[in-house]
Design a protein around this ligand. Structure first.
Ligand SMILES: NC(=O)c1ccc[n+]([C@@H]2O[C@H](COP(=O)([O-])OP(=O)(O)OC[C@H]3O[C@@H](n4cnc5c(N)ncnc54)[C@H](OP(=O)(O)O)[C@@H]3O)[C@@H](O)[C@H]2O)c1
Length: 222
């Protein structure tokens, strides 16, 4: 099985890499600029790629011939909480976060769809419950919420468009996780989150195409 994970140098992406390597899979781990902890993993089944998903520049490194599971994990929150209030949010911040969190995964799928179709693979787009309108009772976070909501729609369209090619597409919510993004303040650790998401991916075809699923297997309305 070939797995490709974006934003794999730290946080949830790195934990996905470690999990799948432990399971004996071939893992393509992409990172934006520095490999960080990836550089210290000594495993012949690990293949690194340099890939900044915010631009159309080609990934650097050898891509797999087929991809069983693509995890579109890379993402940013954008400006801190105050920077994303109604008063302070800027067009530039909205565009920057949208470019990474929504257009980024779309770029990745456009680039890799041939390899994913070849394996009748699964695409897991990592969104966030913050992108669910149904769950939004606290407002704010304009850029992050909007970009992750848009990713859910992109993911749903992919699910419809790729179904006839045998590709299954779902969206994931990792939970509130102790990573740099949450300044390590999350409720769960990366191991718990990734263990749950991997199980959801494994069960993927038991979920309808385009569904939004939390790390604990619960469906999230959006
Ligand atoms: N942590 C949570 O509680 C939580 C909750 C809901 C959803 N999520 C989502 O889960 C995913 C992983 O989050 P995390 O908590 O692991 O965050 P993180 O620790 O901040 O890691 C983010 C990763 O994305 C990469 N990245 C950012 N911009 C990129 C770009 N332009 N091109 C390629 N890679 C890029 C980062 O690379 P660099 O090191 O080069 O910056 C890093 O590897 C994100 O999509 C996030 O929105 C997280």
């Amino acid at each position: 099985m070939n797995i490709l994970i974006t934003g794999a140098n730290r946080g949830l992406g790195l934990a996905f890499v470690q999990y799948y390597l432990q399971q004996g899979y071939d893992v393509w781990a992409s990172y934006r600029s520095t490999p960080d902890a990836l550089a210290h993993i000594d495993n012949h089944q690990l293949h690194s790629l340099v890939w900044d998903i915010s631009s159309d520049v080609e990934p650097v490194g050898t891509l797999p011939e087929s991809i069983d599971v693509l995890i579109n994990n890379a993402g940013i929150y954008g400006p801190g909480k105050d920077g994303q209030s109604l008063e302070n949010i800027t067009a530039a911040a909205m565009q920057q976060v949208f470019n990474v969190d929504c257009i980024g995964p779309l770029r990745v799928v456009q680039r890799l769809q041939e390899q994913i179709i070849k394996a009748n693979g699964t695409i897991a787009n990592v969104s966030s419950k913050m992108g669910s309108s149904a769950d939004n009772s606290s407002g704010g976070s304009y850029a992050y919420r909007a970009a992750k909501a848009a990713l859910l729609m992109v993911s749903k369209s992919m699910a419809v468009d790729l179904a006839d090619s045998g590709v299954h597409v779902i969206s994931l919510h990792p939970g509130w996780v102790q990573t740099d993004m949450t300044h390590q303040t999350g409720l769960i650790d990366v191991t718990t989150s990734v263990k749950g998401m991997v199980e959801v991916i494994k069960q993927g075809r038991n979920y309808s195409a385009g569904q939004f699923i939390a790390f604990d297997g619960k469906l999230i309305p959006y």
